[in-house]
Each structure stands twice: as structure tokens, then as C-alpha cells.
Ligand binder design. Structure first.
Ligand SMILES: *Cc1c(COP(=O)(O)O)cnc(C)c1O
Length: 217
């Protein structure tokens, strides 16, 4: 199967309101261009430098999403062009993004990453930390970032029940916070292995890599 066929096949199964992020990390620009030519305009990367290199080489109507863990000292390399940062999980990082966004004279959209999985290793906030960030004075002062929703990753497991429970939990947090945050419109959950389940549970944005571009080494 080609990138184009994979992409069109997946798109044909997605409900219309679902945004597809084509996760192209580690893949060469030629593979991304195949996706671009098939109509894909949102690409997700997990390393800032790799994303910046691809941004330089590729058409400028692409929306670049940073889906990986963000190192503060590298925010400046993506601030001029990144369209959505999925993995924000601290006030300190928000402050750095705000600072760099201001330098680029932009407002950068961000998602706060929630910890919903069982594994200790996954990044993310709990509900209390989320509430504390959103209600802090420091956050209110940040005029060059906008929190547009939440992102989460389920436990890496075959147990559908567990994944479903975790996605449902994230959706309930999203709904709860949406009441007081009218800018909350995006719930980013679901990858190649679990995106159908994520959509059933209320996802609005799926991040799909290997099912489009093939496996990674
Ligand atoms: C790599 C990655 C994906 C895509 O994973 P696939 O299983 O290849 O679809 C999605 N989200 C994040 C945060 C990732 O790092």
C-alpha cells in the first residue's frame, strides 16, 4: 500500500468532524509529499528540529503540529510557524511558549497533555494540576498562547476495556473544563491502534502515523 492509498482509506472511515494529524516523525520529506499531494495538510512531528527542517523544505500551507514532549530551550525554533502544540504539561513551558510567540508576534495554540494511562513514564497532568494552571494568575497573564483543548495517550495494551475507560475519563475532564473555557474545542486522542475507539469516546482529533506511513525503526 502507498502513503496515498493508506491516507485515502483512513480518511474514508473518519467522520467529517474529526481532524486527522498525519504523524510523519522519522519519515523522509518524499513520503510526506506523497501525503501532501493526496490532500493532507496537517502533519505531526515529535522532534522540534526535525519539524523545522521539514517546514523549511515543504509547501507553506501545511499546518505543523508538535505532538512530542517539548524541551523549553527548543521552543524558539518552532515559534515562527508551529500551528498547534499538543504536549504541554507545565506552566513553565506555557510561559516559554508565550515568550517566544510574542517574539514572533503570534498567538500559539496549545493543548494541555493529561496523564490518563497506567504507565508511570507517560507525561501529563492530573485533573488537579490542570485546574491549578488554568486558575492561576500567571496563566491569565499569558496573552500570546491560547489553550484550545486537551490531549492524552491511553495505556499501550490490548485490553480494549481499559483503553476505553481511559479515553472516557479524558472526555469527561474535557467536558467539565469546557464549561468554563469556551476556547476548548479540541480533544486530541487516538493513534493507529486505537483511533476508532477514541472517536467512539469523543475524540475530535486523531494522530495517526504507522497506518499511513508504515512502521518506524
Ligand atoms: C508517534 C505518535 C503517534 C502516532 O503513533 P502511531 O501508532 O504510529 O499511529 C501519535 N501520538 C504521539 C504523541 C506519538 O508520539
Amino acid at each position: 500500500m502507498s502513503v496515498k492509498n493508506n491516507l485515502l482509506q483512513i480518511k474514508s472511515t473518519l467522520p467529517e468532524h474529526i481532524n486527522l494529524v498525519a504523524v510523519s516523525k522519522t519519515k523522509p520529506v518524499s513520503d510526506l509529499m506523497e501525503g501532501y499531494e493526496a490532500g493532507q495538510r496537517i502533519f505531526g512531528e515529535n522532534k522540534i528540529q526535525e519539524m523545522a527542517e521539514k517546514w523549511e523544505q515543504m509547501p507553506k500551507d501545511i499546518q505543523w503540529h508538535m505532538i512530542g514532549h517539548v524541551q523549553s530551550n527548543k521552543v524558539k525554533f518552532m515559534a515562527p510557524f508551529v500551528s498547534l502544540i499538543h504536549g504541554v504539561d507545565s506552566l513553565k513551558l506555557l510561559q516559554e511558549i508565550n515568550k517566544q510567540a510574542l517574539k514572533s508576534n503570534r498567538i500559539i495554540d496549545c493543548l494541555l497533555q493529561m496523564h490518563i494511562a497506567e504507565e508511570e513514564t507517560k507525561f501529563g497532568l492530573d485533573q488537579e494540576e490542570l485546574a491549578s494552571i488554568l486558575s492561576s494568575n500567571e496563566f491569565q497573564e499569558l496573552k500570546n498562547i491560547r489553550i484550545v483543548g486537551l490531549m492524552g495517550m491511553a495505556t499501550f495494551t490490548d485490553k480494549k476495556d481499559q483503553i476505553k475507560k481511559e479515553f472516557t475519563h479524558l472526555k469527561s475532564i474535557f467536558d467539565q473544563f469546557k464549561i468554563h473555557n469556551s476556547q476548548f474545542t479540541i480533544l486530541s486522542m487516538g493513534m493507529s491502534g486505537d483511533y476508532q475507539l477514541a472517536i467512539e469516546c469523543g475524540s475530535t482529533m486523531v494522530r495517526i502515523g504507522s497506518s499511513i506511513f508504515g512502521g518506524r525503526n
